[in-house]
Design a protein around this ligand. Structure first.
Ligand SMILES: [Zn+2]
Length: 275
C-alpha cells in the first residue's frame, strides 16, 4: 500500500461574505466569494474524499448561511468528482473535518464508503444548543442521512492510519473538528477544516490574498495585539481553538502557508493539486 498520496481540491460552490467574518473583523467592507471546498486523496489504490459540500436545500432563494448569496448542492459534488473521472461509488472512504451544513451536505451520496468523523462532532450534531439551531450551523438532514451509512468509524482524538493518513482532533470551531494530514512527495499537507477558514487566520500578517477569479487583493495585516491567530465568527470554544491552532502549528513540517489547506480560502481551489 503506497503511503505517498496526491491531493486534489474540489470546488463545491461558493458563498459571498464580508472577509471580516473569516478573519476576526479585518476588512469588514470587503465582500468576497469564498469556496465550499472538498479534497480528493489518491494513492493509486484508494480514493478518499474529505468533506461533501452543502445540500441544495440549504440554499434558499440563492442565499445560504447568514443570508449571504451562495451556490452549491449535491450536483456540485458530483461534478467535482466527475472532473477527475470518478463517481460516488469509486470513493472508498469519506472523512469529515466537521459536520457543519456546508461540509456534510452530500453525506448520503456515499452510503457504502467507510466514514470517519469525531465522536464529539456526532454528539453535538444530536444535542445542539439553541444558537446552533437558530443559525442552522448543522443541516437538519444530517442525522437522518447518517442512517444510510453502512460503515461508520466514529473516532475520538488522534489517529494514524496504516495508509499513512494522519488525523488530529482540533476542537474550537466545533467540538469535534479534525485536521487530516496527507503525506506526499512534496511534504505533508494539512487539511485544516474551518478552524482557520483562511490562511490569514494562521498567518495574520498576510497582506494579500487570491480571489476565486484568480486576481489578487490587498488585505489588512493584523496589528500585533491580534496575533498570533485570527479567529473567525464561528468558534464554539475559544480556549480549545487557541490550543488547536498551536497543535496545527506543531504538526506541520514547517510553519509555512503552503502546507495549510484551509477551509474556505480561494487559493486552495486555484492551486488544485499537491504531491
Ligand atoms: Zn464550519
Amino acid at each position: 500500500m503506497s503511503k505517498m498520496w496526491k491531493v486534489k481540491s474540489l470546488y463545491y460552490g461558493k458563498i459571498n461574505v464580508p472577509k471580516g467574518v473569516m478573519t476576526a473583523g479585518l476588512d469588514p467592507e470587503l465582500m468576497i466569494d469564498i469556496p465550499y471546498t472538498g479534497f480528493l486523496l489518491q494513492n493509486g489504490e484508494e480514493n478518499i474524499l474529505v468533506d461533501a459540500g452543502i445540500h441544495q436545500d440549504n440554499i434558499v432563494n440563492g442565499c445560504a448561511w447568514g443570508g449571504y448569496k451562495a451556490e452549491g448542492g449535491n450536483d456540485y459534488v458530483l461534478k467535482a468528482l466527475a472532473k477527475w473521472g470518478l463517481e460516488p461509488k469509486d470513493i472508498h472512504t469519506v472523512m469529515y473535518t466537521h459536520l457543519h451544513n456546508d461540509h456534510a451536505g452530500g453525506l448520503a451520496l456515499f452510503p457504502d464508503a467507510k466514514t470517519y468523523f469525531q465522536r464529539d462532532e456526532y454528539i453535538n450534531l444530536l444535542y445542539q444548543v439553541p444558537g446552533q439551531m437558530v443559525r442552522s450551523d448543522f443541516d437538519k438532514r444530517t442525522p437522518g442521512d447518517m442512517k444510510v451509512l453502512k460503515n461508520i468509524y466514529q473516532i475520538e482524538g488522534d489517529l494514524i492510519l496504516p495508509n499513512g493518513i494522519e488525523i488530529y482532533k482540533i476542537p474550537g470551531h466545533t467540538k469535534g473538528s479534525m485536521a487530516i494530514v496527507v503525506p506526499t512527495k512534496e511534504g505533508r499537507f494539512i487539511i485544516t477544516g474551518d478552524l482557520p477558514h483562511m490562511n490569514q487566520c494562521l498567518f495574520p500578517k498576510q497582506t494579500k490574498m487570491k480571489l476565486l477569479d484568480g486576481s489578487e487583493v490587498e488585505v489588512t495585516s493584523a496589528p500585533d495585539n491580534m496575533s498570533p491567530y485570527l479567529f473567525n465568527s464561528v468558534v464554539y470554544d475559544h480556549w480549545e481553538a487557541y490550543d488547536s491552532y498551536n497543535k496545527l502549528k506543531a504538526i506541520a513540517d514547517e510553519f509555512d502557508p503552503k502546507y495549510f489547506l484551509t477551509g474556505h480560502d480561494p487559493w486552495v481551489i486555484l492551486k488544485e493539486t499537491w504531491g
